[in-house]
Design a protein around this ligand. Sequence first.
Ligand code: PAF
Length: 278
Amino acid sequence: MKPIIIKSVSEMIEVSRNIKTSIGFVPTMGFLHEGHLSLVKKAKQETETVIVSIYVNPSQFAPNEDLDKYPRSFERDIQLLAELDVDYVFFPENQEMYPEGYKTWITVEKISRILCGRSRPTHFRGVVTIVAKLMNTVNADYMFMGEKDFQQIVVLEQMIKDLNFKTRIVRCPLIREKDGLAMSSRNKYLSSQQRNDALCLYKSLLMAQEKFNEGFTGSAETIDWMNEFIESYNGVVDYTEIVDPNSLQTISNLHKGCRILVAVKIGKTRLIDNIEIV
Ligand code: PAF
């Protein structure tokens, strides 16, 4: 059945406050792919009422980024969500989320400034603020998020803890295309040559895992190998970092459970990926 579409904050608050079951929430920016749908399926399994938001949040894009061309496909998204029996779709306009006179911003210190935060210094302030508003508006008990945006999850968990939100994040695995490319709405920007070049992110991560299996554990040399590999595919490395998965601080030696994260520009498109070393 088609989900009920709600556009106004006040209506969403009223509806969500009257839901007597557990609420599973999947925040999205639309243009849904299998990665998003896997989150919705998990939410359907684990909670009784599922709310999906579709909102391209302007405050998490810097002026030079892709806000204007970010892909949108509302009718198709609703069709996909109907097939999964989603109960509600929250689809607000900018005026609803940032009405005139809006002044409040949430910043998670330090961990918002590393990794993606170095080249996107205002990004997490926008993400954290909108997610706090959304969680509050839909009265979410559980929020389902994919580990593709690994730093986003860690930053949001910190905010939830620090501000005593009741919502708990359910971490869900990153979903890949058959050839290993991490699913992302931004893959749409890639030409067929770039689509092929983009495989360097996952392949470089697999190479790091293989080197680890062979006994190489130095972070610096692993990063050098990965960067060289990525550059051989025309990728421009934004960062390659090997971190503790909880603190996101860099570590000098790989061990099982650590995380490798990469951000690479393929042409004008910035892509991210990560794996856990096992
Ligand atoms: O991961 C995303 O799609 C966005 O950052 C989110 C969580 C929907 C906030 O706009």
